[in-house]
Design a protein around this ligand. Structure first.
Ligand SMILES: O=C(O)CC1=CCC(=O)O1
Length: 254
């Protein structure tokens, strides 16, 4: 699958790949771009059926979503990259670090999980979206994405409602099925990339315990919990997340 992408930053700088979560697109990273593109070649892309990337019939697995990234890196002639992903994007990053370790030199999974059970709940969500469409998910989703302070802001509501509604129904469902069938927990100890796991203190979708579980399994991984942030912590607290991303990606890449 050819994904839609955008490259920003110096041509000769190390590459940082940014991967979005379920129901939004690469503009999720708008507030990271200025800080990262000063030092890195930033490669933002849209997960399949999200943003400007075409859809494909589901179900998907994380191998499909990770495979999309490998195809993109191959097409662009990028041998290796640092990788940050939010939620589904973080799962994609962990799959890559386990299955294509030579391509991932540093990893930052953000507000994500390696074990988001029960799978039936994701299959039910997939069925619901195939019947009712992505926009029907909005009122239930926004309070998971942001703390009440931001979730009530009319501009935030409109931006994220539009992104969710623009997400292809079948792809959203296929991504839910990728989460349902996710099988990355047991291989976390194989991850060799220096790893920083970021959590939102108020994230009800993937609470900080999920970050602790990942960090306990990945050799030498660290955890940072961002106060006053829910699931889309990079959008809600960009300064704190930018500082951590720049520090981690400037430090010990493998
Ligand atoms: O929409 C949610 O429930 C939050 C979420 C889970 C996986 C993902 O990418 O977003």
């Amino acid at each position: 699958m050819k994904v839609d992408y955008e490259l920003t930053g110096p041509n000769d700088a190390p590459v940082v790949v940014l991967s979005n979560s379920l129901g939004n697109d690469r503009t999720l990273w708008d507030a990271q771009l200025p800080a990262l593109a000063e030092r890195f070649r930033v490669l933002r892309y849209d997960q399949r059926g999200h943003g400007a990337t075409p859809s494909a019939p589901g179900p998907y697995g994380l191998a499909d979503l990770g495979g999309d990234v490998l195809e993109l890196l191959d097409d662009l002639g990028i041998a290796e990259a640092r990788f940050a992903g939010v939620s589904l994007g973080g799962m994609t990053g962990m799959w890559l670090a386990e299955n294509a370790p030579e391509r991932i030199t540093a990893l930052v999974p953000i507000c994500t999980s390696a074990d988001l059970t029960p799978p039936e709940a994701w299959r039910e969500r997939a069925a619901q979206v195939r019947s009712n469409g992505t926009e029907s998910m909005f009122e239930a989703t926004l309070p998971r994405w942001f703390t009440p302070a931001l979730a009530g802001d009319p501009q935030v509501r409109e931006k994220y409602r539009a992104m969710l509604a623009a997400t292809d129904d079948e792809s959203y469902a296929g991504c839910c099925e990728a989460i349902a069938s996710m099988d990355i927990l047991d291989d976390l100890p194989r991850i060799a990339a220096p790893t920083l796991v970021i959590a939102g203190a108020q994230d009800s979708a993937t609470p900080p315990a999920h970050a602790e579980q990942i960090a306990a399994a990945v050799p030498d991984a660290k955890v940072e919990v961002i106060a006053e942030a829910a699931h889309l912590a990079n959008a809600e607290q960009p300064e704190a997340v930018n500082r951590l991303l720049v520090e981690h990606f400037s430090g010990g890449a493998r």
